[in-house]
Design a protein around this ligand. Structure first.
Ligand SMILES: C[S@@+](CC[C@H](N)C(=O)[O-])C[C@H]1O[C@@H](n2cnc3c(N)ncnc32)[C@H](O)[C@@H]1O
Length: 270
């Protein structure tokens, strides 16, 4: 588990831009989830660990002018960027709160819908964050989590640069306390947190050239590049050459890239 509460991918401009591109790559899946849960106009919703945007725009349109959406984020630079994006896009029912997901300080039982995506995976104690999420939901409210599971993540034909970068990424993530097979554990974690009627969906796709998630491994490598170099996993020249080689392989339209599984799990607070 994580030695500290630090966000392993960092709060850099590179990571902010990566998160914005990642949001596009998960938009179809986010809309599917919100349709399935049946978010209602007038609801009060929260996206925890939302980064610069998360699903705030999708929640904003669904709860409408009579509803409210809170984006909760710990990293000050993401929260500042999020406030600017919300203002630019006229998301007048969205409010940003800078706080820790594990101890939000927000009123208990005050939300109809409590959501997180790819934030539990960052926590040294995932159960603690889930308990906080459940505490924020009103009785009858819905708590939803979206987390990846790397079991399906591959390229075909295989390539040594893919294998080398994936191994290095996993080493950095593990050191940062990230469980990259967390997705499959979510249903059990939600039930243990006290939710009922827990439902599970898994989304997967093969991404074409030009789509963000096709080059997700390269983007993640870029975000943790300094950590890989500091750990002596590559020299600068080796890392650049490996990334170039993988870039060429992924540019080839004949290469098939299968995503990580995205687990979408939600349940009701009794
Ligand atoms: C991989 S990003 C996902 C961002 C967003 N949920 C999305 O799907 O686009 C994880 C986010 O969780 C935030 N985060 C991690 N631990 C947190 C904590 N304890 N409290 C609040 N935010 C946290 C990070 O700062 C980062 O913005």
């Amino acid at each position: 588990m994580a030695p500290s509460g630090e966000y392993v991918l960092g709060g850099t401009d590179t990571e902010q831009q990566r998160l914005l591109r990642q949001i596009e790559g998960f938009d179809v899946e986010a809309r599917w989830l919100l349709d399935r849960v049946g978010i209602q106009p007038g609801w009060r919703a929260i996206d925890i660990g939302c980064g610069p945007l998360g699903i705030l725009d999708r929640l904003s349109e669904r709860v409408g002018p009579a509803g409210t959406v809170v984006g909760l984020e710990r990293e000050p630079r993401f929260a500042a960027m999020g406030r600017a994006i919300a203002s630019e896009r006229g998301l007048t029912n969205v409010e940003y709160v800078q706080a820790d997901a594990n101890a939000t300080g927000l009123p208990r039982a005050s939300f109809d819908f409590v959501h997180e995506r790819l934030a539990i995976i960052q926590q040294p104690d995932p159960e603690r964050m889930l308990r906080e999420m459940v505490a924020l939901a009103r009785p009858g409210g819905i708590v939803a989590a979206q987390e990846i599971d790397q079991v399906s993540w591959l390229c075909e034909p295989p390539h040594p640069a893919w294998d080398a970068l994936l191994a290095a990424l996993r080493a950095v993530l593990t050191e940062g306390g990230v469980d990259y097979f967390l997705g499959r554990k979510l249903p059990g974690l939600l039930r243990e947190a006290g939710l009922v009627d827990v439902q599970v969906e898994m989304q997967i796709k093969a991404d074409r050239p030009g789509e963000y998630r096709r080059t997700h491994l390269l983007a993640m490598t870029q975000s943790v590049r300094e950590k890989m170099l500091a750990r002596g996993l590559f020299t600068t020249e080796e890392l650049d050459a490996t990334m170039d080689a993988l870039g060429r392989h992924l540019d080839d339209p004949n290469t098939v890239v299968v995503r990580q599984l995205l687990f979408q799990v939600w349940g009701r607070k009794p």
